[in-house]
Design a binder for this molecule. Sequence first.
Ligand code: C5P
Length: 215
Amino acid sequence: TAPVIAIDGPSASGKGTVAALVAARLGFHYLDSGSLYRLLALFAQRHNIGWDDEPGLAAAASGLPVEFADGAVWLENNDASAAIRSEEIGIGASKVGALPAVRAALLQRQRDFCQLPGLVTDGRDMGSVVFPAAALKVFLTASAEERADRRYKQLIGKGDSANLPRILQDIIDRDARDAARPVAPLRQEPDAFLLDTTELTIDQAVAQVLRWFEE
Ligand code: C5P
């Protein structure tokens, strides 16, 4: 079976950036599992399914018409790459992700990405639930202040307006919700390596993951 590198961690930690670069370096497949939760929230919004309608969401999740191709993500054959990145859809993703039937419906879909020559994936429960036998598990984090600062610069860089204290509070609140929920709470697995990127560049973080994998 194909080796898996599972990178979990809190929001805005940079785990997605690091995971995608590690995948590119190794020539592995890449799965951003958060995008599936975001796509489901967007699909529900477009089809008038409530973000608390557990049976309706679970049914939608099992047949979710998504495709990852040409560096974009497609929902019902439309490019949804930008739409899933909004703050509103991020909140929707964390709501639908709190429902056990939704997580169960997305489980096999995520496992289907595990194909040769290997997979790098990032999320909250990649090492604990989806790929418990992963060859390498990393818990990638950074201080809340550093994560808020990175998100702030990203928004400003895009020409959007941004309020640093508010971003910091949102990050603290989202961390608390993701850690406190009964299903798949965010936490470091006992067999995961801790990668605190507060003082690291992206290149240094990527190099560390590759070293652990090659050890
Ligand atoms: O990582 P990202 O910010 O895109 O994830 C959006 C939301 O989806 C998270 O706040 C989390 O609640 C949920 N999620 C999850 N399990 C995953 C990935 C994301 O519950 N594996």
